[in-house]
Design a protein around this ligand. Structure first.
Ligand code: PLP
Length: 374
């Protein structure tokens, strides 16, 4: 098989889904959706659909793809700050479960397009809760300064506007504070914020809030993927169960991406050269940030294993693992210990199932990696 390529462990993916479902049992109203942008592999989406999960989509193409993968349209939610008319029409025609609306102009366009198609659009409003996710700046989304959502001060006016529209059905509120969040107090803070907002809605006499969507963001253990292949769903769902005051009849939606997909995937790459300089030993591999951009984009850490060297029980040595691309950021790891690396060895970059293949590119005219589901 041509390297670099991704392998996905479908057994671990199913086990992860079952663990999430069983830990969510403390919230009888919970519905879990797969954030498809983290991994849009068709086989994995089909597994998630079969297990009863819904899908969180951020483009029209993701919606069409999910429907092709047997995901029931009513379980699909559509988020994003810049939905185009074509994407909105596609979603209306498909009959998706909910538009997560991020601005007044977007609401107005959905109403207009729904009128033209003689249909009703279900909408929830993404509210910016001003809760800090304490994660990397590029994946923090719930602060006042971020581009996402509607500010809390505008929430009531926007809902009133929606409730006056002929072809809009108001469902509820949507939130998403960020990604790779490991501090459960962030989810507790979000819960308390939602309680406040629900009080405000009631004081304003707004009824009809039947759905609360708390987004995703649960992080995983990139340092010890073998020890912790399944994320801490127990504390995650408990943070909501213990703090969120749902009103009677409300459903609670989760949109998990990384937590469901990251540990199921690894990127397999081959060592092209080992290069010794005055201060460093480089293992130059055939995968670059075109195959996996997280280290270059977010300074993300991924554990790396030299599969060949490990099988031969070679001694440990220190390496920088780098790709072939002419950019200084094309580095997977610095000063890590690997079983001695030789030209031609196969290395695995672990925890690469989320935001891996989906962010790959053909820069330098490099081929996209293949994906294998095992
Ligand atoms: C990216 C995203 C998610 C999933 O985030 P993870 O950190 O992968 O769980 C969920 N909801 C929305 C709106 C998103 O943009």
């Amino acid at each position: 098989m041509q390297t670099p390529y991704y392998t996905y462990d479908s057994t671990l993916f199913s086990r992860t889904i079952e663990a999430a479902k069983s830990e969510a049992a403390c919230l009888p109203q919970a519905k879990i959706h797969l954030a498809v942008k983290s991994n849009s592999n068709a086989r994995l989406i089909a597994i998630a659909a079969k297990a009863g999960l819904g899908a969180d989509c951020v483009s029209g193409a993701e919606i069409a793809h999910c429907i092709n993968c047997q995901m029931p349209a009513h379980r699909i939610m559509f988020a994003g700050v810049g939905k185009t008319d074509e994407e909105i029409n596609l979603a209306l025609d498909a009959g998706i479960g909910c538009f997560n609306v991020e601005s007044v102009p977007e609401l107005d366009v959905i109403q207009q397009l729904a009128v033209a198609r003689h249909t009703i659009a279900n909408v929830a409003f993404r509210i910016n809760p001003d809760v800090d996710a304490h994660t990397h700046a590029n994946i923090t989304t719930g602060l006042e300064a971020n581009k996402f959502g509607i500010s809390m001060a505008d929430m009531i006016d926007v809902i009133r506007r929606a409730q006056s529209m002929s072809n809009i059905h108001y469902l509820g509120l949507h939130f998403h504070i960020g990604s790779q969040v490991l501090d459960m107090t962030c989810f507790r803070q979000l819960s308390l914020r939602i309680n406040q907002l629900q009080d405000q809605l009631e004081q304003a006499g707004i009824t009809g809030t039947t759905s609360i969507n708390v987004g995703g963001g649960l992080g995983i253990d990139y340092e010890h993927p073998e020890l912790n292949p399944i994320p801490n769903f127990r504390d995650y769902f408990r943070a909501y169960a213990d703090n969120l005051e749902l009103r009677p009849g409300q459903s609670l939606h989760f949109e998990l991406g990384r937590a469901l997909t990251a540990q199921c995937g690894r990127l397999i790459t081959r060592c092209v050269f080992v290069k010794q300089t005055a201060t460093k030993q480089f293992a130059i591999v055939d995968a670059g940030f075109t195959a996996l951009i997280r280290p270059a984009l977010y300074q993300a850490f991924h554990k790396i294993v030299n599969l060949t060297g490990q099988a031969e029980q070679r001694p440990l040595r220190t390496y920088d693992v780098v790709g072939p691309i002419c950019e200084s950021s094309d580095v997977f790891a610095t000063d890590i210990e690997l079983h001695e690396v030789r030209r031609g060895d196969t290395l695995a970059i672990l925890s690469a199932g989320a935001y891996g293949f989906v962010m790959s590119s053909t820069y330098n005219l490099r081929a996209l990696p293949q994906e294998v589901v095992e």
